[in-house]
Design a protein around this ligand. Structure first.
Ligand SMILES: *Cc1c(COP(=O)(O)O)cnc(C)c1O
Length: 481
């Protein structure tokens, strides 16, 4: 009896968690209006907004026992989330590696969360996991991998690299005692998340060989080969080559075919970081520039970059799919009911068990729009980068880096007198503070340079012209000040 009273009371309070049709319709309407306002304002919003007061924001996010209004939540979202920081969705975002944010992917996230399929296990969500399998098959075709390849949709490139490294470690049976002799080949341009993934996987003490690069900052296959020879002579165990198909600094594509030849002849694991560049395999011109990608043992891609999805989707592909399975297959006794299940389960191919239904945000945009606009957008990005490269050198005093392998251009302004690095630091700050476009800087061969990375699906010719105009204006302003 006592229980009953208590339970009734708890049920009454907890039932607030169940929405009714009316409140769902109202909620959806509120969210849709909010999203629409955001998207309408996006073209005129600054691409970068300073963060504002931290404590004020933390207080605004504070929770209470009492229910709140969705309208208030939308105001908080607008002011303290959407109103500060980078506007990744803007076509004038040319910093780092741009992401996209296709609306169809947002709808997919909504639907995936509503039906909440358990997408880690085939037995639990055969539809969700088959959709993922189908996407991975399609991607394998796009990059030129065989049908025996396997893969996993991850949260991003960092996790994808981690997965590839573990598959390679298991395939080569690298154990703790082998680590100090195992050699990994990379370059100064390899993304830092690769070394981080090695560190996480217990391979941080491998011998790291930074292979020298050519004028375009691409790995030199001849230098790689010589280094491997010399390491073998020293009794080391070369096992892993990490090439890049589109470095983050410069978009440089390593000579993948030449590296594949070397990796094959020495029987090493050949991995390609195509997190940024891999998506270009979708268009003919990009595919040409990525030739040799199909010869790798593993590769990573970031659909949240070149396929314009919102943040949160990476991919790892492993040519011999069994190696990914062998690295990750595991079971607990509480999973015995799925012992005879023949469905493919992502948990057998990934460090994760419970995971979001990531396939839907990838599938729905392609299903609704078809592949054609993606192909066109990617080819457009390559051309826009070429265009920018040709135009920026016409500004007197501007010095450019190598012609773009993909869609990133570096440049700097060399003033008549005064410190070059200091001028460019001021220039990149002035461009950011202006807010019309957003570019970032990096250091190439010891020089401070500014990067222009073109990858948003909303970036078109007029946006590139806007960038050129802002750069021009800011150079004049700094020179005049
Ligand atoms: C973005 C990027 C990564 C890291 O991927 P995340 O999705 O940010 O984890 C790795 N390599 C390259 C070349 C990248 O551009």
């Amino acid at each position: 009896m006592e229980h009953q009273t208590k339970l009734n009371e708890l049920q009454r309070i907890a039932s607030a968690l169940e929405s009714d049709a009316e409140s769902r319709a109202a909620g959806l309407q509120t969210a849709a209006v909010h999203a629409e306002n955001f998207l309408k304002a996006l073209p005129d919003r600054p691409v970068y907004v300073a963060p504002g007061d931290r404590n004020e924001a933390l207080n605004a996010f504070a929770l209470s026992e009492e229910p709140g209004e969705l309208d208030d939540a939308m105001e908080i979202l607008d002011k303290y989330v959407e109103g500060v920081g980078h506007n990744l969705g803007s076509g004038r975002f040319f910093a780092y590696i741009p992401s996209g944010g296709l609306y169809e992917a947002a709808l997919a996230d909504y639907l995936a969360a509503v039906s909440n399929r358990y997408a880690g296990v085939g037995y639990a969500a055969p539809g969700a996991t088959r959709m993922e399998e189908s996407l991975l098959r399609w991607l394998s075709d796009v990059v030129g991998y065989p049908k025996t390849s396997e893969g996993d949709l991850t949260s991003g490139g960092s996790m994808a690299a981690l997965s590839a490294i573990v598959a390679a470690r298991e395939a080569f049976q690298i154990r703790s005692r082998d680590v100090e002799k195992a050699v990994v080949y990379l370059t100064s341009q390899t993304h830092h998340t690769f070394s981080k993934a090695l560190h996480i996987t217990g391979l941080g003490e491998c011998v790291m060989r930074y292979v020298s690069v050519d004028d375009g900052h691409r790995m030199r296959a001849d230098a790689l080969s010589e280094q491997i020879e010399s390491d073998l002579q020293d009794g080391l165990k070369p096992w892993f080559v990490a090439a890049s198909a589109g470095t983050t600094d410069l978009g440089a594509v390593d000579p993948l075919n030449d590296i594949a030849d070397v990796a094959e002849s020495f029987k090493l694991w050949f991995h390609v970081d195509a997190a940024y560049g891999g998506a270009f395999a979708l268009c003919d011109e990009g595919k040409k520039r990525l030739s040799g990608l199909e010869r790798s043992d593993s590769l990573i891609l970031d659909p949240h970059k070149g396929f314009f999805l919102p943040c949160g989707t990476g991919v790892v592909l492993v040519r011999d799919g069994k190696k990914l399975f062998d690295a990750y297959h595991a079971r607990g006794s509480y999973m015995q009911d799925m012992a005879h299940d023949t469905e493919r389960s992502p948990c057998d191919l990934s460090p994760e068990l419970t995971r979001p239904f990531r396939a839907l945000r990838f599938w729905l945009p392609f299903k609704k729009l078809g592949t054609r606009p993606f192909v066109a957008a990617l080819e457009e990005k390559l051309l826009l980068a070429d265009y920018f490269y040709q135009q920026i050198v016409r500004i007197p005093g501007v010095e450019v880096g190598p012609p773009p392998d993909l869609s990133i251009v570096t440049f700097r302004y060399v003033p008549q007198n005064g410190a070059v690095d200091e001028f460019n630091r001021r220039l990149v700050d002035a461009i950011r503070d202006d807010g019309r476009v957003f570019l970032t800087s990096t250091t190439m061969s010891g020089k401070f340079v500014i990067r222009m990375a073109v990858l948003n699906y909303r970036s078109h010719l007029a946006d590139i012209d806007m960038a050129l105009q802002v750069i021009n204006e800011k150079i004049s302003e700094i020179n005049g000040s």
